[in-house]
Every structure is written in C-alpha cells, then in structure tokens.
Design a protein around this ligand. Structure first.
Ligand SMILES: Cc1cc2nc3c(=O)[nH]c(=O)nc-3n(C[C@H](O)[C@H](O)[C@H](O)COP(=O)(O)OP(=O)(O)OC[C@H]3O[C@@H](n4cnc5c(N)ncnc54)[C@H](O)[C@@H]3O)c2cc1C
Length: 404
C-alpha cells in the first residue's frame, strides 16, 4: 500500500483517485476549488457528453494530437468500461446515435456525474482536500516525495498523480499553472494552442449573418497541401464562425494560423450537385430566385448572399448564366479568410502541454521523475468534440490509478 496524492479534482483526477483507492492505496485528492469537477459541470452545455458509443478502435481517428500515446489507456479502460462503471453506480445514460453516437447522462445533468464520483470517492475512503492549491512539488534526485501547498504546508507521499487539466476556461480552476512548476523540474511543455475554438473571419459582411445556423455543411481548408475537411453543423456569429464543425476545424488549423491568415471554403449543400441547385434556382421561372431557393437554404442566408451579388430582386427568368454561377459559388464554395481563433479562454480544450515523449504510455508515469504520474488534459493530447476528450480523461486517469 502506498500513500498517493492526486492533484486536481476534475474528471481525470477523480477517476485516478478512485482507481488508486480501489487498489488499496491510501489516497488524498487535492482540489483548489471549493467543489470537485467544475469543468465537468459545464461540459456538453451542462448535460455532459460523457463519451461516444463508437467502437473504441474508431476513437483514434477522432484524436487530433498524439493518438498513438493513447492506445494503452483506451484499451485498458474503454468507453464500455466507463459506461459499465456508471451503470454499476446507478447513473443512467442515453446514447444519441443520430447525434454522432454521443453519450449523455439520461437526465441531461452533468452534476450527476460529479455526484456519482464524489459518492464513490467517499465510499472508498479517499481523503478530499478542498480549497487547497498546489504550488510546488517536492522532488529530490529525480524522485518525487510530495507536494507544497500555497500556504507553505508540505505533504509527503510515495506517489503523485498530476491531474490539473489544461489552460482553457480557466475560471473552472485549470489555468495552466502546473506547466511552470513542471518546467522547473525539466519536463518539456509543448506550446499551448486553443483547440475546439470558434474562428474569427476577416470579411466584415459575415456579421450580417449572425445567428444563422446551417446543418451538415462541409468546411475545408488546406495546410501545406494537406486538405482538411470536416462535415457538421455551424453557426455564423458577429466575429465569424462557431458550431461543432468549426470547433473541430480549429483544432487542426490552430498552429498554422500562427503563420498568417488561412482560406476556408464552405460547401453549404455538400450532398447536392451544381446541376441540382441550378434546377432549383430555375424551378419557377417567374419567381424571385430567393423564393425558389428557400426550400433548401435559410432565407436570411439567401438574402445576404443575393444582396452581396446585387441579385436580390432578380427573377429566375432574368438570371444570366454568369450570375447563376456566382450564386452557386457562394453556396457550394464560399471562400472566407480566417484570421484566428477566439483564444484559449474560450476554447473547449487545450492543445499542447506535457510532452508525451516524457511519459510512459503504459503506466502514465514520468520518464524523468520516478513516482510522478500524469492524467488528462495536462498531457499534450486533444480530440474532436463527441465525448472523446472526457474519455481521454477517464482512460488516462484509470491507467494512472492502477499503475501507482
Ligand atoms: C465548455 C466546455 C465543454 C466541454 N464539453 C465536453 C463534452 O461534452 N465532452 C467531452 O468529452 N469533453 C468536453 N470538454 C472537455 C473536457 O471537459 C476536458 O477535456 C476534461 O474535463 C479534462 O479533464 P482533466 O481532469 O484533465 O482536467 P479538468 O477537468 O480541467 O480538472 C482539473 C482540475 O485540477 C484543478 N487544479 C488545477 N490546478 C490545480 C492546483 N495547482 N492545485 C489544486 N488543484 C488544481 C482544477 O481546479 C480542476 O478542478 C469540454 C470543455 C469545456 C471547457
């Protein structure tokens, strides 16, 4: 039996503490907030997209950064294991197969996930310290011996698990302060980028479309000749674009945006050919173009693009081929200039963090400091939306918990 300290009471820290205590270790979980799981509370718009119902093999395609590092943790503790854990603890969930196979709490309340963990932590005699910020680690000759609290108190132990999260949504407690502490002890912290963030767009007219949401569009972008193409829903905002397919795109282009603006192309009707759209434009020759197109696209979207082309009042039979092509170009290949993301504060996850080269992926132990382990978003791993980031937190938390 070892004395284990887990720093950070988010999703991965709660799982790590629980798992370690079930291995009969003496576990203390330290959280700087007055409550556990503040970030978990805001996940999935407050209803917590716990994981995804796809086969675990299919998760790897959804990992944006360092997928190979996650093989051991995902296969050691799969999405099925996670759902079995919730079932055995009386937490009901639902699978939304029509919504990209996402899994949510049945009640649509993320607080239930936190309560489930909290009850189990108490049942398993994990000592929870609230309102305690860890400000340093006690490391001698590359072995960790404990942690230092903000008030100077030192707590000694055999093993430490760092579960302090990334840097996004810092009001939830994960503000990236642990990166600087780890740097002091020679861990490499890969540069931080906002991931799953809305995108800002240069073209000023975009704000006229604020609030217009579009379903199943195809958003593409080229980075060093590599085409990135994501299909999903999006929404126009006063600064640019947001919504699931935009957030996912941001995770793939965040680094490239540092070198300058990027061109983004949107196909608003990826399942419709140019000829099919042309036929719809001309369906009723005496009707205004907007009236013909409104069966397939939102009116406020059409109003804006026809206005930009000075074709607002044109009837279908007055439209020449060149203008028809211009309309179709806006629908099938709208070209926009992306000049940034909305930044780390707004991003859902953090890309970057502790280099995976310095962590043993089979145990989550540091390769530099003995008895020091890592879980969750503090590590340089990130995934698309869909429940994959929480599965990373739970799987790495579990693996660290059985490895201490
Ligand atoms: C708005 C939003 C919605 C999201 N929705 C989803 C979703 O639906 N599905 C999904 O899969 N993912 C979602 N995510 C991502 C997911 O929440 C995170 O990837 C996951 O919570 C990371 O877990 P973690 O344990 O690594 O870190 P966190 O959950 O951030 O926990 C870290 C904890 O450590 C504590 N801490 C930090 N530093 C210290 C310190 N020095 N001393 C003591 N305590 C410290 C913090 O207070 C915090 O409680 C969402 C994220 C956001 C911001």
């Amino acid at each position: 039996m070892s004395n284990v300290i887990v720093v950070g009471g988010g999703s991965s820290g709660m799982m790590a503490a629980l798992t370690a205590s079930k291995q009969n270790h003496n576990v203390t979980l330290i959280e700087r907030n007055e409550e556990l799981g503040k970030k978990l509370l805001v996940t999935g718009g407050g209803r917590c997209n716990i994981t995804n119902n796809r086969d675990i093999e299919d998760f790897f395609d959804k990992i944006v950064t360092n997928k190979k590092f996650l093989y051991s943790s995902f296969y050691t503790f799969t999405n099925r294991d996670l759902l079995d854990y919730f079932t055995s603890n009386n937490l009901e969930y639902k699978v939304e197969d029509l919504n990209d196979h996402k899994v949510y709490t049945k009640s649509d309340k993320s607080v239930e996930v936190i309560e489930t963990f909290k009850n189990d932590l108490i049942k398993n005699k994990v000592k929870i310290l609230y309102n305690k910020k860890v400000t340093d680690l006690i490391i001698k000759e590359d072995i960790i011996h404990g942690i230092v609290l903000e008030n100077g108190d030192k707590l000694y132990c055999d093993k430490v698990i760092i579960s302090t999260g990334g840097k996004s949504h810092s009001h939830t407690g994960s503000d990236g302060m642990m990166y600087d502490i780890l740097k002091k002890y020679n861990h490499t912290i890969n540069k931080i980028y906002p991931a799953l963030s809305p995108l800002t767009i240069k073209e000023g007219w975009i704000k006229n479309l604020q609030g217009v949401s579009m379903q199943k569009v195809e958003l593409s972008c080229k980075i060093k000749k590599k085409k990135i193409s994501i299909v999903g829903d999006m929404i126009f905002t006063h600064f640019g674009l947001s919504g699931p397919c935009v957030l996912i795109t941001s995770s793939y282009i965040n680094k490239a945006l540092e070198n300058g603006d990027l061109q983004i192309n949107i196909d608003f009707l990826p399942n419709m050919s140019i000829d099919e759209i042309s036929n719809i434009i001309r369906e009723n020759p005496n009707k205004n173009i907007l009236n013909n197109l409104k069966s397939i696209l939102p009116q406020n979207f059409l109003k804006e693009i026809l206005g930009l082309l000075n074709l607002s009042d044109k009837k279908a039979n007055e439209l020449n081929k060149t203008d028809e092509q211009k309309i179709i170009e806006y629908i099938k290949n709208m070209t926009l200039t992306c000049n940034g993301t909305k930044g780390i504060k707004v991003a859902q996850v953090t890309s970057g963090g502790v280099s995976v080269k310095e962590i043993n992926s089979s145990t989550m132990e540091s390769k530099l400091i003995k008895n020091l382990f890592f879980t969750g978003e503090v590590i340089d791993v990130d995934a698309q939306t869909g429940g994959y980031n929480l599965q990373i937190a739970f799987s790495t938390g579990y693996l660290a918990g059985i490895s201490v």
